[in-house]
Ligand binder design. Structure first.
Ligand code: AMP
Length: 408
């Protein structure tokens, strides 16, 4: 299917052509016609699927010329996601007269108030700061007929749902609402029933499935050897850029500092760092100044960082959904990528939960040349043959493969 067949305005087709998008992604193919027909939708699509364009293109197409607003409100859980979505709207609305604004916390009010006073059509915001502006009377939502609740499950995790409700209640009843969420826990289900009008559900690729373009493997290791194994992997595997995930902010700081001591150009991103530090880390990583970005789940969720060759889980995620999200940082937009997970005996129940969730057994690998100390995980292979493994490498005893997952 071609973009021209979807019914979008010409100004958008020009912007799409300029961005070099050849054809719509599956979620765009499904969502754009429904949204242009005025339907509410609930979308569960993995990040990297082109979700942002799937909702922003039909909204811009329906907005027409500049007018009193904001007529479209997009709520995002984090500042980085808000900024990223705002950038997307700017690109897509390039050949229109529409004005896009951005409102998030951690920075001054001045510019945001100026923008709001000036009049904007599309507002991208995080809930807390938006409520501040609303209570100060800096804007009203009585013209907001397009409402996007992005990453709704993450907003729930971060405790934003009460804020989201207060915001939704200030929008007109007659509006088009779109909600995106990787999972639909009961609280989100409730939100969809009162905030949406006969929504159509769209599921693309099944959020439980890691992208097919990602080769993912586990590296069993004794807890006290994690640091040396990570350094060993970075030394022996050919990689270009890596995101390393840690479970805690403190853990992320520790990993960043030992990487720096080992002369890796590393930066860290988590919610205790200031907005300026986070943005510098992100920009530096995107520009190639940093080759490694150490991150926690909340900080990194949904970030559109292109061309990451490797995702490394320094800690196994506690929630299986986070595993899929984390490894979705690589192998985006049809490029291939590798995802390594360091796996200690204490993580066994989390790994079992992940394997159940994705209905796949994840291959176990050993790094050649690494001086392993014993961990009970090396006996895991006795429990059953790890057959049918597609990963390249030499089959070792006890069901292990030796070598890196894949050399580029
Ligand atoms: P998203 O899932 O919205 O974060 O998008 C992931 C990446 O895919 C972004 O860098 C988009 O610019 C890009 N993208 C979105 N739609 C398309 C498309 N139809 N063709 C090529 N790239 C796209």
């Amino acid at each position: 299917m071609q973009f021209a067949e979807l019914g979008l305005r010409a100004a958008l087709l020009d912007a799409i052509a300029e961005l070099g998008y050849k054809e719509p992604t599956p979620i765009q193919e499904q969502a754009i016609p429904l949204l242009l027909a005025g339907k509410d939708i609930i979308g569960s699509a993995q990040t990297g699927t082109g979700k942002t364009a799937a909702f922003s293109l039909p909204i811009i197409s329906q907005l027409g010329p500049h007018g009193p607003g904001p007529r479209c409100l997009v709520l995002e859980p984090t500042r980085e996601l808000a900024l990223q979505t705002y950038d997307n709207f700017l690109k897509f609305a390039r050949f229109t007269q529409l004005r896009t604004g951005l409102v998030y916390g951690g920075v001054g009010y001045g510019k945001q108030m100026d923008d709001l006073k000036h009049g904007i059509d599309i507002l991208v915001a995080t809930p807390g700061r938006l409520l501040d502006h609303l209570s100060q009377g800096n804007l009203r939502l009585d013209k907001t007929t397009f409402l996007v609740l992005d990453e709704a499950d993450r907003m729930l995790d971060m405790g934003f749902l009460p804020d989201v409700r207060r915001i939704v209640l200030q929008c007109p009843k007659k509006r088009q609402t779109m909600l995106f969420s990787a999972t639909i826990p009961p609280a989100i289900e409730t939100l969809t029933t009162w905030a949406m009008n006969e929504p159509v559900r769209i599921e693309v690729g099944g959020y439980r499935q890691p992208a097919e373009t990602v080769k993912h493997v586990l590296y069993p290791v004794a807890e006290h050897q994690k640091e040396t194994l990570l350094l060993g992997l970075l030394e022996h595997v050919h990689w270009e850029s890596a995101i390393i995930f840690c479970r805690t902010k403190r853990g992320a700081d520790i990993v960043e500092s030992f990487l720096r001591r080992a002369h890796h150009k590393a930066a860290v991103i988590h919610s205790d760092r200031s907005q300026v530090e986070r943005q510098q880390a992100l920009d530096g990583f995107k520009s190639g100044r940093f080759e490694v970005l150490v991150a926690t789940d909340v900080a990194a969720r949904g970030l559109d960082i292109a061309d990451v060759s490797h995702v490394i889980n320094y800690d196994v995620p506690e929630h299986p959904e986070d595993y899929v999200h984390r490894i979705g940082r690589t192998g985006r937009a049809q490029a291939s990528g590798d995802a390594f997970t360091l796996y200690t005996a204490g993580d066994a129940q989390f790994v079992a939960a992940i394997e159940r969730f994705i209905s796949q057994k994840i291959p176990r690998l050993k790094l050649e040349t690494f001086a392993y100390q014993y961990t009970a995980l090396f006996d895991e292979g006795r429990l059953g043959p790890l057959s049918e493994r597609k990963t390249k490498g030499v089959r070792m005893g006890k069901g292990y493969f030796c070598g890196s997952a894949r050399k580029r």
